[in-house]
Design a protein around this ligand. Structure first.
Ligand SMILES: [Zn+2]
Length: 387
């Protein structure tokens, strides 16, 4: 790590027991969750939030015991139901419910799904050989492959957005068609949702699209590098920001975004926490900064799409690989994402304390790990197996 990189690090400005507790809620695996809470407690001992944290610890430890069947379940008329509810909450997390969606019919130009979703196929590229989707075990760096994607990255096409008005029908259709042709030409996304809410499949889901570039994401036991090879790309037609700083997405786009997300999650068993925005996963290896692309850095309607507010998740690029961010990135994002950034800073500091080292040394080790992995995955057909 250079001095410049070190000087760019900012201590967390806002953190609280709520963040620690919330972060703990995101860790599905009970033992890892408890470990995280203990690490946080060690770091925060003496801090005013300690008491609240302790109660969060008790709550989570009870949940762990309950999950392991070591805690007596209160005998009520629906005792079995109570146990099931508690364990489901552990396994699924907030907003993680998955709707069942199936295909109703398919023609040459369109597919219809049970939730009302229609997928337009006129711009769809011909299918090629299916490609395996890749992830890595966090502990061993062992590569795992499967035939279906692990997550979704949400984008905007960064194209011009005319006023959404019937006087603009012709121009809106013309711009939409131009965007689709371009996306098709460069295989940019699997799906584009145009301003009228029509869902267009461009790249078949069995193949990668060039949507995420250098990027990082992770869940409890696995991480993802360069998400073209592991996640689907869903793009909303329009710019990421207009003059007012808002993302001018239309109500039909949001509605269709939800239907499409429900289909993809149902079809590929995608976890809610693996549905994230490009700004959350994009990194720049040259300066070890996050947020190289900033589409949906703020304003993504997670709730309306039927997802938990994933902005609050600490970006794994920071916690796993020591990436950084500067004030301009923080300014470009909203308060919702700051909670994720603060949680990441806190987690990083806690990990340094737990490993009895200082933050700079800890981060430097993470950066070295990223550099090593980055060089390996850039080589085509490389497998990390056996390393
Ligand atoms: Zn993007």
């Amino acid at each position: 790590m250079t001095e410049l990189e070190e000087s760019r690090w900012r201590p967390p400005r806002r953190f609280s027991a709520a963040i620690v507790s919330w972060r703990a809620d995101q860790i599905v695996e009970p033992v890892s969750r408890l470990r995280f809470l203990r690490r946080s407690a060690a770091f925060l001992s003496g801090h005013p939030i300690q008491r609240t944290l302790r109660s969060a610890q008790v709550r989570h430890f009870s949940a762990l015991l309950l999950a392991l069947g070591l805690l007596p379940i209160p005998i009520v008329s629906d005792g079995a139901g109570l146990k099931r509810t508690a364990i489901q909450r552990l396994a699924v997390g907030p907003g993680g419910q998955m709707a069942k969606v199936w295909q109703v019919e398919s023609t040459d130009t369109q597919e219809l799904y049970s939730n009302g979703l229609r997928i337009e196929k006129r711009y769809q590229l011909p299918r090629q050989e299916p490609v395996a989707f890749v992830r890595y075990r966090t502990a061993s760096e062992e590569q795992e492959r499967r035939s279906t994607p692990y997550g979704i990255v949400f984008h905007t096409t960064e194209s011009h957005a005319l006023p959404f008005d019937e006087t603009q029908n012709r121009a809106l259709r013309r711009i939409g068609a131009g965007v689709l042709q371009y996306v098709r030409q460069i295989r940019a996304y699997h799906f584009v949702i145009d301003r009228f809410g029509r869902v267009w499949r461009v790249v078949p889901e069995s193949e990668p699209a060039h949507h995420a570039g250098n990027s990082v994401w992770a869940e409890d036991q696995h991480f993802y590098l360069n998400l073209n090879s592991s996640f689907l790309g869903v793009s909303f037609e329009g710019p990421s920001r207009d003059e007012s700083g808002q993302t001018p997405v239309t109500a039909p786009q949001i509605h269709s975004g939800r239907l499409l997300t429900d289909l993809l999650r149902s079809r590929y068993q995608i976890a809610a926490r693996n549905c994230v925005t490009h700004a959350q996963v994009s990194v720049n290896p040259d300066n070890m900064g996050i947020g190289y692309h900033t589409d949906w850095a703020a304003n993504f309607p997670f709730e309306q799409i039927g997802l938990p507010d994933n902005y609050q998740l600490p970006p794994p690029a920071i916690t796993l690989f020591g990436f950084n961010y500067d004030t301009s990135f923080r300014d470009a994002t909203g308060e919702r994402l700051w909670r994720g950034l603060d949680a990441a800073d806190l987690e990083l500091q806690s990990a340094a304390v737990a490993h009895k080292t200082n933050l700079a040394v800890w981060r430097s080790g993470l950066v070295q790990r990223y550099r090593r992995l980055y060089n390996l995955v850039r080589q085509p057909d490389f497998s990390l197996e056996g390393n």
